[in-house]
Design a protein around this ligand. Structure first.
Ligand code: ATR
Length: 276
């Protein structure tokens, strides 16, 4: 990669962020398409400084991950309609000094589920109530699914339920729900804490679909349990790559090199698994 006076700057903000494969995925995509740009990981909690810095430097685009997807909104100049409706931003574009927030998590989740599960009238349980959960709940509702949310902090779960018009079940009672589709959105089970699993096995009924949005490790403890109980499983790689591909399109106005992005992420995860 050649860095010169024209190289454009992109990145991801999160806390923590060192586990993220977004830098690898986006740098590979820039190179594949021949764009003179680099993408960094910024571990930060200071959203005010980040957004001021984006304008000052200027940084052209930013991915936003845990735990900033909702709070970043207060620091932006404008929101794309979908991000505004959902109330969660995972993508920022610096448009001549104006920071505009987008949401590609919702479409990324739908692409990951596409062709695998019917969503209309499907009883769906979303575990978690953060930015990703918000986006996925919105997307599923748009597709006609019947959505119930559960969250460790009940007040946050109920607030989301109210905002989106879906059901709520307390965390300790999630096994009372007969879900045909479960989407896990908390960090429980993510490396390095790979033995964590937020979901009681009793709700993992044969034939249901279980999606974990964690992509590192690719097969979380939840997915291993679900597979052993004859559930259909969907790992986090697909949603991760599709949300990233849409970010690429928004930032560059070019078709993303989807296959290349997916391959480099899968390869990195395989190497990592092999070295454990
Ligand atoms: P993201 O943007 O990735 O959705 P987030 O907005 O920080 O991340 O949301 C994280 C979600 O994971 C929240 O639902 C959080 O639950 P709380 O509202 O109770 O904080 C959930 N979460 C994080 N750590 C958790 C843990 N150890 N046990 C259960 N839920 C957890």
């Amino acid at each position: 990669m050649k860095i010169d006076q024209y190289t454009e700057l992109y990145g991801i903000i999160g806390y923590p962020v060192r586990h993220s494969l977004s830098p690898l995925m986006h740098n590979t995509a820039f190179e594949a398409v021949g764009i003179n740009a680099v993408y960094f990981a910024f571990e930060t909690r200071d959203l005010k400084a980040v957004t001021e810095g984006m304008k000052a430097l200027p940084i052209k685009g930013m991915s936003v991950t845990t735990p900033h997807k909702i709070r970043i909104i207060d620091h932006l100049d404008d929101l794309h309609a979908l991000a505004s409706q959902i109330g969660s931003v995972n993508t920022v574009v610096n448009h001549d000094g104006r920071l505009i927030g987008f949401n590609t998590d919702a479409s990324g989740a739908l692409r990951a589920l596409e062709g695998k599960v019917r969503l209309e009238d499907t009883h769906s349980l979303i575990v978690g109530a953060g930015g990703a959960a918000r986006s996925i709940a919105f997307a599923l509702k748009e597709m006609g699914a019947i959505v119930t949310i559960t969250n460790r902090t009940a007040s946050k779960g109920k607030a989301l339920t109210k905002a989106l018009g879906c059901g709520f079940v307390p965390w300790e009672k999630m096994d009372h729900i007969e879900a045909e589709l479960i989407v896990q959105t908390t960090p429980l089970g993510m490396a390095p804490d790979i033995n964590a699993c937020p979901i009681p096995v009793s709700i993992l009924k044969p034939g249901i679909t279980v999606m974990d949005i964690i992509y590192n490790p690719r097969c979380t403890r939840l997915l291993r349990l679900a597979e052993s109980r004859d559930c259909q499983i969907i790992d986090g790689v697909s949603m991760f790559v599709h949300q990233g591909a849409e970010q690429f399109r928004i930032w560059t106005n070019l078709d993303p090199p989807l296959r290349v992005m997916e391959e480099v992420v899968k390869e990195a995860l395989e190497k990592q698994d092999g070295s454990k």
